[in-house]
Design a protein around this ligand. Sequence first.
Ligand code: ZN
Length: 368
Amino acid sequence: MEFMFYMPTRLIFGRDCIIKNRELLEKTGKKPLIVTGRKSSSMNGSLDDITRVLGHANIPYSHFDRVESNPSVETVREAAEIFRSEGCDYIIGIGGGSPLDAAKAIAVLASNEIDDNDLFSGKYRNRPAKIIAVPTTSGTGSEATPYSILTYNKIHNKKSIASEQIYPEISFLDPKYTETLPATTTINTAIDALSHSVEGYLSLRATDIISPFALESIEILGGCLHRLSLGESPSRLDRDRLMYASMLAGIVISHTSTTSVHAMGYPLTYHKNIDHGRANGLLLFQYINFLERTHPRVQEIIKKMELEDLSGFENLMNKLLGKKEEITEEEVALYSETAISAKNISNTDPHPDLEQIRNIYRGSLRVV
Ligand SMILES: [Zn+2]
């Protein structure tokens, strides 16, 4: 047996966990830059909880609320400027994957004036600013990962930063913030989390210590996704389960990285504006179908999700995703070229060649 396990983030889970653990937030620094998207953090109560604690302790703050979906390098550079000019000393990222991933890149740029190559290198001379993460969706697992995924227009794709220096210092996971999420977001983010666990469990880099995290997450998400596929709105307990399982999945990919599904999903998001979780969901069945003959763990996934067989998985995904997007042969060719050069493809066991990648795209969308 051989493994390495590293998880430096203090993960605090539970309803009202920010208020209940306010002293941890109060002693993090002198002036945070709060990083959010435009609206959701003020609607779901998360921003209120944070500013209440800061106000109570007389801690001043600045607020950058212009993080877009799939944040760009330009946006995080702009926010880092504000961090410096406002004299901030740490960052509080509140939101779905986009604000949390942006917060991590801003933390790097806040203390390092570097070009894009160095930003994506993952090695920084100056320690990035401390990050507090407050997830308000249950999907990306960014609260428990050393990754920041940015839109990088220079390469016409998304690109990730991986660095142990950008693990959040503390993540506050309060499922109540997810209660107002629309059904589509709940489904897409849950599928993203499932994709993390499934890819991690099937990854060449899966280890003995990480596999139970993946299986636990797959089992929980399997149950929740089944209920979501019936059109049920998630119970309070399911909101807890979804957030817990997505955090576990984040811990999984922190150790295994993602694989072909994410590598192939990024071009769908960049070029066709398909939501990240949905893009993974479209590809997931064809991916496990591709691995099924050679990878004994595929059957374990099916069993954990309490599905009869592989076609049960396909049916579940079809129900959740509805009508699939179209793709042309030109797009298949372009996206496959992009995907095969992504570094996470090589974590797939065995990794697909160019024609196999094309076939996964063809089988996952409607070829026109
Ligand atoms: Zn993902």
